[in-house]
Design a binder for this molecule. Structure first.
Ligand code: ACO
Length: 335
């Protein structure tokens, strides 16, 4: 297999999988709930419909189905998986949902944990898992992005409820000493601008006994300053990708696919324009799924691999961005 030769341990991309719930919520249907229209949503975001989880397909189930599909694309025995990283902001269990996925898979020799970085979550998880592989600690890893934001959306807020949907995607990656297809990465956060997008705890004060108060659990719906998030994305994403190209001695002209977090078609187009990457190289499926948070990148990747758009040795420039604020980029070669 052709790849970039290295002396140390590198990463090879072996499989993809995804899962979306059956329930479809179209723009038309949303307009029965809030004052909006298919035309407004499509023209401002590119989204036509999104999937909504029912009781049966929570984050654990969606993540499991995506991970299983990714493993099935490889020749791995599930017992040889060493590491499972689940990127999610909406676990079924705040103590972590990754071990439940591990149990469902029967991956009894793996260590599994959650990682939270909102819509940058999958990218951060992929980078994290890759470092374990490159460091020589683990050989086989499953990286999952799964989110169920429908449970945390204010369905009466037309400024935000139109954007989000539920889903999951997963990648199977393996350490190899022959080449390194994980070319480079960069990550950033800026908590100073964190208030632009939050899913905050309710912090309702209660008391345990006299003079000892506590804050009861639970979360408020998503709060978003859409315009500021938009400006942040179209400014920072081209900068971090450009920096990564320079660091890795690549140019945007060498990129076969631009795979961005699927937030808004206008953001995708604007980033592509700034990097001089033509529209036909920008992967997009947000029309069907909306913004599925940590799931968008692996969900899109799985579709493009299965449709034979992404091919062996294609160069893919990825970027995730969102709440935190957080953003990151990775340059990989498929295979
Ligand atoms: N239907 C009809 N009208 C609407 C709707 C709607 N769904 N939503 C807002 N409007 C109205 C507003 O009330 C406003 O009217 P006004 O001028 O009379 O007050 C007008 O449309 C313009 O509103 P803006 O907020 O300026 O609309 P904008 O063009 O910025 O589009 C949008 C809003 C789509 C949310 C855009 O700002 C955006 O995509 N931002 C990025 C958000 C994002 O991607 N968030 C997720 C990040 S990833 C993560 O970590 C989860």
């Amino acid at each position: 297999m052709e790849g970039i030769k290295v002396n140390q341990i590198g990463v090879s991309f072996k499989g993809t999988g995804s899962f979306v719930p059956d329930q479809i919520l179209t723009n038309q249907k949303i307009s029965q709930r809030v004052d909006t229209s298919d035309e407004w949503i499509k023209s401002r975001t590119g989204i036509s419909e999104r999937r909504i989880s029912s009781l049966e397909d929570d984050v654990t189930e969606m993540g499991y189905r995506a991970a299983l599909a990714a493993i099935e694309m490889t020749d791995w025995d599930v017992k040889t998986v060493d590491l499972i990283v689940l990127a999610t902001s909406t676990p079924n269990d705040l103590f972590g949902s990754a071990p439940s996925i591990q149990a469902k898979l029967g991956a009894s020799n793996a260590v599994a944990f959650d990682l939270t970085a909102a819509c940058s979550g999958f990218l951060f998880a992929l980078i994290t898992a890759s470092q374990f592989l490159k460091g020589g600690s683990f050989k086989r890893a499953i990286v999952i992005g799964a989110d169920q934001l429908s449970s945390f959306v204010d369905w009466n807020d037309r400024r935000s409820c139109i954007l989000f949907g539920d889903g999951a995607g997963a990648l199977a990656i393996e350490a190899t000493s022959e080449f390194d297809n994980f070319i480079g990465f960069d990550m950033q956060t800026d908590g100073e601008r964190g208030s632009f997008l939050n899913l905050p705890s309710k912090n309702i004060k209660d008391s345990i006994i006299d003079n000892i108060d506590f804050l009861s659990g639970g979360f408020s719906p998503i709060q978003m300053n859409g315009q500021e998030v938009y400006k942040f994305a179209v400014r920072e994403v081209p900068i971090i990708l450009d920096k990564l190209f320079k660091k890795t001695n690549y140019s945007s002209g060498e990129v076969d696919w631009l795979l961005l977090h699927q937030a808004n078609q206008r953001i995708l187009d604007s980033v592509g324009d700034r990097l001089k990457i033509p529209r036909e190289k920008i992967l997009s499926n947000l029309e069907k799924y909306g913004n599925t948070s940590a799931a968008t990148i692996p969900l899109m990747m799985d579709e493009a691999i299965k449709n034979n758009r992404i091919k062996q040795n294609d160069i893919i420039a990825m970027s995730g961005f969102g709440a935190g604020l957080s953003w990151g980029a990775a340059l990989i070669k498929w295979g």
